[in-house]
Design a protein around this ligand. Sequence first.
Ligand code: SF4
Length: 231
Amino acid sequence: MQRYGVIDNKRKREIVLLRGRGCVYKKCAFCDYYLDSSKDDKANFEINKDTLDKVSGIYGDLEVINSGSVFELDDATLDYIDKVCREKGIRTLHFEAHYLYRHTIPQLRERFKDFDLKLKLGLETFDYHLREEVLRKGIAENNAKEISRGFDEVNLLFGLSGQSAESMQNDIQLALENFERVCVNIMCDNTTSVKPDKKVIREFMQVIYPAYIQNERVDMLINNTDFGVGD
Ligand code: SF4
């Protein structure tokens, strides 16, 4: 498992994939990432410390992901993130969280108040039917402004049956209107029953990718290891 990477284009930053106690939600129909977890806080901390020790501070910007939400990281790891960021001169810190944690985010901002904190929401799509009936994302809200409240950045998931160039364009536009930055992920084959739709991915590559590849606020991951972490 590659746990440390450097993103050298658009918003330049280092990225670490840490290990937490495991996603408390675990219901998203397309996801098996949460398998990278352990209830053993001590063992997690050892892995996380080794990974965080690779951070150099080169861009003053660090993204922390953990196959779940930041709130599933142990306290020692959170303290160590704080320590490393201070020592390496990191000013901007990105974390991910599921929507169910939205009321806990202010406490996290207080804990890391010396940093510019960016919280990324795994939304996948603004299409309520696809998101809730098919993907089972657990975000019972239709209003884009309301969904974005408390979050700064958003993950979208493309390459699914039922999507089209028009729906993907609509998702990116709404995301750009309601969040600072957008990360588009293309569905990759995994152990779940949700499979990538090749026709939709072709449409994405022909229409959406060229339209947004130069946009500084849009990251696009064709493979889920494109940020240099994962396996
Ligand atoms: S996508 Fe995120 S919230 Fe959903 S099951 Fe996977 S790790 Fe949990």
